[in-house]
Design a protein around this ligand. Sequence first.
Ligand code: ADP
Ligand code: MG
Length: 157
Amino acid sequence: MKQIMKEAKFSISNESDTQAFGKRLAALIQKGDVIGLSGDLGAGKTFLSHEICRALGVPESQPVNSPTFTIINEYHCDRFPVYHMDLYRLSEPDELYDLGLWEYYDGDGVCLVEWFDKFHDLWPEEALMLRIHLLEGEARLIEARGHGRGAEILEKL
Ligand code: ADP
Ligand code: MG
């Protein structure tokens, strides 16, 4: 079955715009959703993830930091667990299987995956992908592409 696909671009002028984008996105997220974040170091993948988590209701008592060294950070809000991952330090597909990444992708939690594009062929069919382009100063361009559930989110974003 062919998935519905949708693409959109969002212009971001400053950090508040990214925060507002994160809030709008969080309001559309449901359990089981998978969101990939890509873009150069410093683009704002972790910054946006933090905003999404707070808007989902992850309490301040659970710090939302870069998972570069932990690979997976797990947080909890009332509705579902949130798995915040960073594939930056992984190099072999075997490492993804060892981590049980597919169980997270297919599970009922919400996955926020930084550097998902390192393993583009090992990525779920239904997902929302956000590529953050660094522009001048605080300006960013977010290129979004969604398949299936990801397209549904994008439709409303
Ligand atoms: P990444 O995870 O993509 O490597 P981070 O989120 O860790 O990047 O860092 C992004 C940095 O850029 C933060 O220090 C943040 O304060 C800064 N920044 C400036 N403008 C923006 C913006 N519009 N959106 C997100 N982060 C921004
Ligand atoms: Mg990061």
